[in-house]
Write a protein that binds this ligand. Sequence first.
Ligand SMILES: [Zn+2]
Ligand SMILES: [Zn+2]
Ligand SMILES: [Zn+2]
Ligand SMILES: [Zn+2]
Length: 413
Amino acid sequence: MNNKLENNENDNDNDNDIYNYSKIIKIKETLETGKFIESKIDMKLGEIILKVQSPMCFSFHKHLVKKICYNCFMNSNDTKNPKFNKYKVDNNKNYIIGCSGCSLIYFCSDECFEKVMSKESFQDSTSTHIHTPLECLILSVFRENQTKSPNINTLHDQTENRMIINYLSKIAYSNIGFEKFDSLVLEMNQLVGGFNQLSTKFFKKEEIENIKNKSYMLKRLFSKFFFQIGDGIIEELYAKSQRNSFGLWKNSDECFGLSMYGCQTNINNNNSNNNNEDGSNNKSIINKIDKKISVSFFNHSCFPNCVRVQENQSISFYTLIPIKKGDELTISYIDIRMSLTNRLIHLNECYYFECKCKRCTLPSSSTLSLEIENIIQNYICKNESIKCTGSLYLPPNNQTQRICNFCKWKESD
Ligand SMILES: [Zn+2]
Ligand SMILES: [Zn+2]
Ligand SMILES: [Zn+2]
Ligand SMILES: [Zn+2]
């Protein structure tokens, strides 16, 4: 075995290596597959790969905005929230502190309200959860059905529109000297996909038309408030949203919104030279983006070896099974319980690619294929009370009982 590269932070011997983030993973790139994450070591089950503290942009489904805190993502049905009882009103169980400007943003507590609405939050580089005055104005005049075509006005589309508004509203402030927002531009650039790259290869003609319509609508809306956005930028965002959006999930099998996450230093990389984690220096945060790994580098596999875990605003990735050095780290974009045919249809329709993962390509009667099915059977959620599409992983605080990433169902030992 070639162990020349072991523990060498600065190896650039291999042309495919773009960065070395840490001792455990590296980012590689090929022309056909784009960027992907490879393991540099053997990993055990329950290893944390990376964590991103908060999304670059997000939006909740409209019918749920009063039930979910815009800052901490706590939802009012979660009785474990200690703040819940204090702010519960009558039988509606709604949060009562909201933005009076747009009436679309609600909070679970004074603390969360102040964190997002105060002017100081513009300087607070640890939080990207900022409801800017521009977003407030846009949201208060935005009508969900401004587009002509009814087929681009689903619940997902409406939430996506507001997520893009959320992003553009923050970006507007980077033009006037709020450096913290500059980093969002760089993070967005890091994400895979884009309108120009994808338009001919991946998007159907109808989809391209939809993206153009939606982009035009937002461009016009923002220009009413004197924020002119260059041609193509919004199209780029919608295209990236197609490939990089994550559903936001409650502690059950219910999606409450949409988000895009960017980059984060690998949390296992405790390099003492980078002691600016507190964000005291905005400049250095921006410089650090290059050193970061984007969540969108996790490719899809119908036999994933990693899983995504949402905890309030943060998103983390854990290993689902032991991983060998040199293996690619993957997650599943879809419900892995689906049949081969359904998986292929779903991936093609929603993510515009033909799955070539081991599970989809191996002959179904082969020994390896049966082995793979057994491993999957072992890690899918066993909660019988709900139809859960989650997977069982080992959380860091409990190294003996696996829990489900969606419903938090716990395996009994
Ligand atoms: Zn809150
Ligand atoms: Zn508002
Ligand atoms: Zn597949
Ligand atoms: Zn579950």
